[in-house]
Design a protein around this ligand. Sequence first.
Ligand code: NAD
Length: 370
Amino acid sequence: MSSVFKFADELGPLKVIHVHEPGTGLKGVLVVDNVACGPSIGGVRMAADVTAEECARLARAMTFKNAAAGLRHGGGKSVLLGDPKMPKAQKEILVRGFCCALREVEQYIFGPDMGTDEECMGWVKDEIDRAVGLPRELGGIPLDEIGATGYGISHAVDVAREYCQLDISGARFVVQGFGAVGKHAARFLSGAGAILVGVSDSIGAIQNPDGFDVEALIALKAAGKSVIEYPGAEKLDGDRIIDIECDIWIPAARPDVIHEGNVDRLNTRLVVQGANIPITYAAEKILHDRGILNLPDFIANAGGVICAAVEYQGAGEAAALAAIEEKLRRNTREVLEAAQREQILPRDAALNMARKRVEQAMSYRRWHTF
Ligand code: NAD
């Protein structure tokens, strides 16, 4: 029996499908976790070392993220074994083969994730028509180009700041990871009057208490350079991004960057999680005890999947941005109100909210199942 079943509970997973095609070397796994809210949406992760267990955990995370965002979609995820940088022709064979093998599983809609991109989704659409995150020519909304997740983060910040008596104008913020999520969050927040005082990428970090020109940083990255090449900036080791004093700290890079061993170094009033699982639960508890407001990942970074769901309905960029704004503001408020009222961590409030929505959706199903 698959070890994935050790994760099975009253919410899912509904289906676990292993795909193996010896002729092409295709090996992959699909986990459809829960479809009570509708057909599941989740990305295809391609990496040499992905496992079925990782897939199951990510599928559950999508169940909660989609339910929390109030989307008509359940949670699923798939993983494809292989080096994502393999020759394109070989990758195309694997992606096309994988989706064809899953053609009949209508409860899963393919999306991009680590190791796959909009071109891959174009191949999936060509084969089975069930994909989001498509190229613009196929009706896609390029979510990383428009900054869907960063846009959502800026709205989450704008609501959360009320709960820690912070003005956005002049608020000093730090971004760890200046990629698709981080740079757009910085762009929208600086547009609202906040000041970027620290930023990092995989090469290193820089700080300036007087603030950086975000557009100049974006241009630097577009030229293939690191943020540390910003003229005249004070350079730091990448890890020192944690110590920079600020009002808002935004992790937008890797998982588990804040843990019990370094959480005490954070010197901020508000944390809004752009990356997935950037802070361990133990560290979140410490932040809570220190009175630092901390908005969890699946509430704060839902902009991307909301954009994908809007795309799937055939609507355009303006509708996507309107949906992100409305949902992010409402959910941030609901989570922070509940956390305050019940004196619990925002993550627990968010999980309670998402679980309740999934269970309610399940109650409408004939057999009360996922
Ligand atoms: P990306 O690859 O575009 O950017 C990641 C950035 O982080 C890059 O600038 C990279 O240099 C930097 N980085 C890598 N390692 C670092 C380190 N150790 N310290 C500091 N910076 C480092 O990726 P992205 O799409 O911006 O995603 C970032 C995170 O947000 C991931 O956890 C992803 O799962 C999550 N996320 C992304 C989206 C989305 O819409 N793209 C949506 C939800 C969640």
